[in-house]
Design a protein around this ligand. Structure first.
Ligand code: GLU
Length: 400
């Protein structure tokens, strides 16, 4: 009898985490590696957030908190939803956990029965299908290639919905493509959803604040208030507030769902770290000017990376509307051979050969469900990015 539970047979380790770890290991072994694997801002957590955390620790705020988060944090999140998204969520309609992943985990554990379908537009963030699969959920992928801006059309959504559909995962701006749904795009999807009242929607809005060229971010329940009662609006502190390691994600949803998620959390992690909660209050209620400053830098980097990758032979790199990823195609390189004789047949072959030859770590598109592509995170110092793109150019030019 196998020791590992059957439910893990449908689950792979996270590819984004694996690539990041590989880059760390190679660096520790003395290799010159540029890690463009993990989606993690290179900026430090702003000082006022750190000061609030230090003060909390000095004041002895080091004990257990309520499962769902301290009242001050629930109030701050409620105010955030009102301020940024015109959404009303009271304290009992808010869930706080250790990042976006555990919020999704808690939601799916609380609601997904074996055989329930979860619609996931591809490419998708690597963890969605595997978290669904952990609970016997069946991912239903909707192919969204670059020709449609990596976005799902209302017709595609309609075709994907079945009587077994439990959830739709909607992520905008998207990880891994940076594609973002406009208000009109969301209205089109909402029309379909209104015709299928059994379908719930989990919107992953974690890149909400990282948008370019005056893109106006909207979230689904804001665009179609009738969907509020079956939407879990998820967000978190990691990306815009540069707080990846603090581990704070949150979501707003109807009472019944939040109650079920809280039950799950009360029997697992209890709550995220007390000090991280205080830091998040300071972040949400404090000044936000650093967000625009960071976006200015991210935009310069986006433009640099898109331009340099499009100059690399065989690479085609679309310009994303948000987040800090590009998702270029490496179609033009398939069938070629490296200087050491390795054949590049897939995007995984490409990223493997790239890290070996030039020490640039990227994540292969197959992990995100759309090949042949690869993801580069440009949340890295501009001069390092420039060096990395030169290496990619050199590598592509060396293929025969
Ligand atoms: N969300 C980030 C990424 O896609 C962090 C790593 C992870 O949790 O997947 O790189």
């Amino acid at each position: 009898m196998a020791f590992v539970a059957d439910r893990l047979s449908a689950v792979k380790p996270s590819a984004t985490i694996a690539v990041t770890q590989k880059a760390r290991d190679l660096t520790a072994a003395g290799r010159d590696v540029i890690s463009l694997g993990a989606g993690e801002p290179d900026f430090n957590t702003p000082d006022h957030i750190i000061e609030a955390a230090k003060k909390a620790l000095d004041d002895g705020f080091t004990r257990y908190t309520a499962t769902n988060g301290i009242p001050e944090l629930l109030d701050a999140i409620s105010a955030k939803f009102k301020r940024d998204n015109e959404l009303d969520y009271s304290a009992s309609q808010i869930h706080v956990s250790c990042g976006g992943k555990p919020v999704i985990f808690n939601a799916f554990m609380a609601t997904v029965n074996p055989g329930d379908e979860v619609i996931i537009p591809s490419p998708y963030w690597v963890s969605y299908p595997d978290i669904a699969a952990m609970f016997g959920g069946v991912p239903v992928f909707v192919n969204c290639p670059s020709s449609t801006g990596f976005k799902m059309t209302p017709e595609q959504l309609d075709d994907a919905i079945s009587p077994k559909t439990k959830w739709l995962m909607l992520n905008s701006p998207s990880n891994p493509t940076g594609a973002a749904y406009t208000e009109d795009d969301l209205k089109g999807l909402a029309e379909v959803l209104l015709r299928h009242p059994h379908v719930w929607v989990l919107t992953d809005d974690i890149y909400e604040h990282i948008v370019y060229d005056d893109f106006a971010f909207k979230t689904l329940a804001q665009v179609e208030p009738a969907l509020w009662e079956r939407t879990l609006t998820m967000n978190g502190m990691s990306k815009a507030y540069c707080m990846t390691g603090w581990r704070v994600g949150f979501a707003g949803g109807p009472d019944e769902l939040i109650k079920a998620m809280t039950k799950v959390q009360s029997q697992s992690i209890s709550h995220t770290a007390a000090v991280s909660q205080v830091a998040s209050v300071a972040a949400l209620n404090g000044p936000h000017d650093f967000v625009a400053e960071h976006n200015k830098v991210f935009k310069e980097r986006r433009d640099l990376v898109v331009s340099m990758l499009n100059q690399a032979q065989g690479i085609d790199c679309p310009t994303p509307e948000g987040a800090f990823y590009v998702y270029p195609s490496c179609q033009g390189l398939l069938g070629k051979t490296t200087e050491t004789g390795q054949l590049i047949n897939t995007d995984e072959d490409f990223v493997t050969a790239l890290i070996e030859a030039e020490g640039v770590a990227a994540v292969h598109g197959e992990a995100f469900g759309l090949s042949p592509h690869f993801r580069i995170s440009y949340a890295t110092a501009t001069d390092v990015l420039e060096d990395a793109c030169q290496r990619v150019q050199r590598f592509c030019a060396s293929l025969r």
